[in-house]
Design a binder for this molecule. Structure first.
Ligand SMILES: Nc1ncnc2c1ncn2[C@@H]1O[C@H](COP(=O)(O)OP(=O)(O)OP(=O)(O)O)[C@@H](O)[C@H]1O
Length: 251
């Protein structure tokens, strides 16, 4: 389990995050919400060790993550960033990159790495793209391949920064369902989503960031009843009970 304790981080003199305390629990989907520039991606990068901490600690299974090598950290947490370069390789080759943290000398992909990459492509509904080259894919197809790469890493914690970007509505909903499945397999899944109704119907807990501070961490019903999302985003959320539980909408 990963825990952030009194985390402070930023860029040079510009401090973005201040006093973040957050536990990423196995078996749970946590949605990270906040307006543009509130610090969501910065929080993820700091948690992953991609950005130096100005204070506080990241604990992984109770131990300070600063003592881990990048390879050990990559075995603990996978990351789908908002943007990525587009190398001229096939989708399968791209997804195999997710297996790097598991390779031992002489760093050749084994049969099990190909099997894990193909299984991840299937989970992301991208198996049919395996032989296509990355530059020739559409934005949404590419996003599904990057998602597969993060899944192929098979880490207990998964950070997906705007995983629904570029996706059509059916694949957006599919990402929500997949996050739930991964959590039921015992993973801690952190999703950055701008679609609040999707976040509220997908996540077990939601963390609301504003100006680099965590304003609330709670379940969807409590958070919606509290009205904090309305005030942070300047919107009005409504909800209706359906045979699949609460569904949320913008008024
Ligand atoms: N590489 C960087 N160098 C300097 N400042 C940065 C850098 N990346 C982000 N920032 C600043 O840090 C703050 C938080 O940015 P961050 O990307 O974490 O926000 P976010 O909540 O993920 O936003 P969005 O919803 O737009 O993706 C912003 O003020 C941004 O301008």
């Amino acid at each position: 389990m990963m825990e952030l304790r009194q985390l402070r981080a930023g860029y040079g003199e510009h401090m973005v995050l201040d006093g973040i305390d957050l536990a990423l629990r196995p078996g749970e989907v946590l949605a990270l919400l906040g307006p543009n520039g509130s610090g969501k991606s910065t929080l993820i990068r700091a948690a992953l060790g991609l950005l130096p901490l100005a204070g506080g600690q990241v604990l992984i299974d109770g131990a300070d993550a600063a003592a881990l090598t990048p390879r050990q950290r990559a075995q603990k947490a996978a990351y789908l960033p908002q943007t990525r370069p587009v190398p001229n390789i096939t989708a399968l080759r791209m997804v195999l990159h997710g297996r790097f943290p598991h390779l031992t000398y002489p760093r050749r992909f084994r049969q099990e790495d190909y099997a894990a990459a193909m299984a991840a492509l299937e989970q992301a509904d991208a198996a049919c793209l395996a032989r296509r080259s990355m530059p020739e894919l559409s934005g949404g197809q590419r996003q599904r391949v990057y998602l597969a790469m993060a899944l192929a890493q098979d880490a207990p914690t998964l950070f997906l920064d705007e995983p629904t970007a570029f996706l059509d509505v059916s694949h957006q909903l599919e990402v929500g369902r997949l996050a739930g499945q991964l959590a039921r397999q015992g993973k801690a899944v952190v999703l950055v989503l701008h679609d609040l109704p999707l976040a509220l119907s997908t996540a077990d807990r939601l963390a609301v960031l504003k100006g680099g501070r965590l304003l609330a961490v709670d379940g969807p019903e409590a958070l919606c009843a509290d009205g904090i999302l309305n005030s942070v985003f300047g919107i009005e959320l409504g909800r209706v009970m359906t045979d699949r539980g609460w569904r949320y909408y913008y008024l």
